[in-house]
Design a binder for this molecule. Structure first.
Ligand code: BTN
Length: 265
């Protein structure tokens, strides 16, 4: 189905206590993360979700841009109050990646793989990206969780080199998905994952993360943007979400920032 999101269909499918219960569906904004960051300066932000059909300045990690496909894909942001004692927004991203992968797995019979730290791949191509940013609002700190998920765009949407690295649910399954259901189903999976994280459940989230990241382990990996370029073999992910890389001298280093390229065997 193309066209705008149907709010009633979305709310009907939503089974959360609070996440996404106050949705804003916009035709266009610069970036839903920026919209949310601004909205955090105003009252009542607890349940907020903003989704835009078009982003004129959609942002990805490492200064990249994120392209919109109005009526086809999902580009949205959520505000989540960071629990006390959870200062690191990076672990929020890990929980989001797990919930998104599990939602797609359960709802759409695909086999998502998490590419460290938070890209979702289907058949080695990126289907979703997550950008989490920490914002202060008065005394409170919020995670602004931005997600771009390619749902119903066809192969032609990915011009040039993008075609070999990006995909959509439609391309992988051959079926159009109802965006309202995809979004609601994801939030239904995300709320318990975030609650688990808030109640000291990082260890459990990491067990689930490792299963989903496992297919890329054992590969040669290059990490850029974290100071020096690091090359080695991906050995696993530690309890805090850092990638463990075995480098040339046989030692293992943990990497928690930068862009990882996993080389095909
Ligand atoms: C990445 O893969 O680098 C992260 C991409 C995150 C894109 C989403 S789309 C909704 C939200 N608003 C933005 O400007 N970015 C995120």
């Amino acid at each position: 189905m193309t066209g705008r999101i149907d709010t009633s269909a979305f709310l009907e499918a939503l089974d959360t206590k609070y996440l996404g219960r106050d949705p804003y569906f916009l035709d266009e904004t610069g970036s839903t993360n920026d919209w949310m960051s601004f909205r955090l300066t105003q009252p009542k932000v607890e349940r907020l979700l903003v989704m835009a059909e078009n982003q004129t300045m959609g942002r990805g990690r490492m200064g990249r841009s994120w392209l919109s496909r109005p009526g086809e894909n999902l580009t949205f942001s959520l505000a989540w109050a960071m629990p006390e004692g959870l200062a690191n927004p990076a672990v929020v991203t890990l929980a989001v990646a797990v919930a998104l992968a599990e939602a797609l797995e359960a709802g759409y019979a695909v086999a998502p793989v998490i590419k460290y730290p938070n890209d979702l791949l289907l058949n080695e191509k990126k289907v979703a990206g997550i950008l989490t940013e920490l914002k202060s609002a008065g005394e409170e700190k919020f995670a602004v969780i931005g997600v771009g998920l390619n749902v119903n765009c066809a192969q032609e949407a990915f011009a040039g080199d993008l075609g070999s690295v990006a995909t959509s649910l439609l391309i992988e399954t051959g079926k159009r998905a109802t965006r309202e259901f995809v979004l609601a189903f994801f939030l239904n999976c995300l709320e318990p994952a975030l609650e688990l994280l808030a109640s000291d459940g990082l260890k459990d989230i990491m067990v689930r993360y490792r299963r989903l990241a496992l297919p890329l382990m054992g590969r040669e990996v290059t990490i850029q943007g974290a100071g020096d370029v690091i090359k080695g073999k991906a050995e696993g992910v530690d309890g805090h979400g850092a990638l463990l890389v075995r480098i040339d001298d046989g030692s293992i280093i943990s990497v928690s920032s930068g862009e990882a390229t996993f080389h095909r065997p």
